[in-house]
Design a binder for this molecule. Sequence first.
Ligand SMILES: Cc1cc2nc3c(=O)[nH]c(=O)nc-3n(C[C@H](O)[C@H](O)[C@H](O)COP(=O)(O)OP(=O)(O)OC[C@H]3O[C@@H](n4cnc5c(N)ncnc54)[C@H](O)[C@@H]3O)c2cc1C
Length: 437
Amino acid sequence: MTDPQQVHDVTGIGFGPSNLALAIALREKAQQGASVLDAVFLESKPAFAWHPDMLLDNSDMQVSFIKDLVTLRNPASPFSFLSYLHAKGRLERFVNRKSFFPSRHEFNDYFAWAAEQMGGICAYDQHVIGVEPVQARGGSVDLLAVIAQDSKGEQTRRLTRNLVLAVGGKPSVPEVFAEVQGTAEVVHSSAYLSTVKPRLAAADKPMKIAVIGSGQSGAEIFNDLAKDPARPEVDFIFRSHALKPSDDSPFVNEIFNADFTSYVYQQPPARRRALMEEYSNTNYSVVDGDLIAQIYGLFYEQDVTGGSAYGLLRNTQVTAAKAQGGKIALTLCPTHGGNAETRSYDLVVLATGYQRRIGETLLSGLNDYVSGRETGRTYQIATAESFHPRIFLQGYCEETHGLSDTLLSVLAVRVDEIASELLAPRQDTEARLTAAE
Ligand SMILES: Cc1cc2nc3c(=O)[nH]c(=O)nc-3n(C[C@H](O)[C@H](O)[C@H](O)COP(=O)(O)OP(=O)(O)OC[C@H]3O[C@@H](n4cnc5c(N)ncnc54)[C@H](O)[C@@H]3O)c2cc1C
């Protein structure tokens, strides 16, 4: 039972890897003598799960296990991936595997193991629907009220002095699919396993499926469908000419070093944008090289055996999507001019990425106090003078802090910075924020 008068020092919204890492950092700092903060984390899901609908068999992490929740901050932490392996009795076998990249299943299990050890710090089945200022006498705001709703519709209001938002991205659905979005035949990649796989298993004849998008998720889903025992017919549709490999070569990978965050932050906006563009092929619209080779091999083998189950519709843009008798009709146009054709599908999977626009939703109740959404170097949003709660963003600062912001790479270091700010007196952190502007 939540005490409505209790005031938390910190409330975290979302309990994915970012806020889980923060919870651990706060605990470890307290064990090392820092103040014990009363922190609570609110998570929509009923239990810890890391992108559960994309935990595909044979998918590996795209970051080294050393960039886990803690190691870059505290290599001796009992919450490291190596501690997890030790606890699970797989440490030596992991070494024999000779890879820095665990499977996605294993990293999810590691995260869940760490989350479980954090005990009751997270309240699950708590979907935050709003944040409101609590006005003190004299008009200043010292506290925030965080309103969350559970799956039965029951609402809980919690008071907090500080807020850390780490809610991840929301599925991005291109405008052309607006009319069919929400139909059972159109599924975003973020819901892939739990929606598409049961339908494939239940289908009495091979389904015809379109996968849209040439990034890692699109490629993984196409590859997974191609190997599914239900043997669907699958068209892989994307605007570009080729699947391009993600650049994870060592010099380039240094953009994910923690100190690169400060470098990006110190640049003027135009230079930051240029850096994003220059290195976008580390993360956006690119695919792991091994997977590209597998998919190429699949099409090659189809040519050899004379099959037609898989279609590669490259240089192709979807210009219309209509629901028709339980199917989706897609109008497909060549990207560089030519005649359109219409194809009908039982299912359309949108591997069209995620968007991150936090202000329009969770923080809209604070618009009178929060001037912009840009944060200071330590991820704190600038607010009006009369507004005293501190608000930190994790995963929403890519424009100012660089490409590592939405990934796991700098997680352990970022939460160290945020935890230090939370532990410092408020005036100090605000002075730093002002100085940075
Ligand atoms: C399929 C996939 C694979 C990836 N693989 C890698 C990888 O290998 N390496 C890498 O570096 N990055 C990878 N990423 C990037 C990914 O963003 C990070 O791995 C990581 O998930 C970021 O953690 P987070 O906690 O910021 O966000 P998330 O993991 O998205 O967690 C956010 C949490 O907030 C919760 N939430 C959202 N809204 C609310 C609300 N209103 N109230 C309460 N709770 C809420 C969500 O349920 C979720 O649990 C991958 C992303 C995807 C989609």
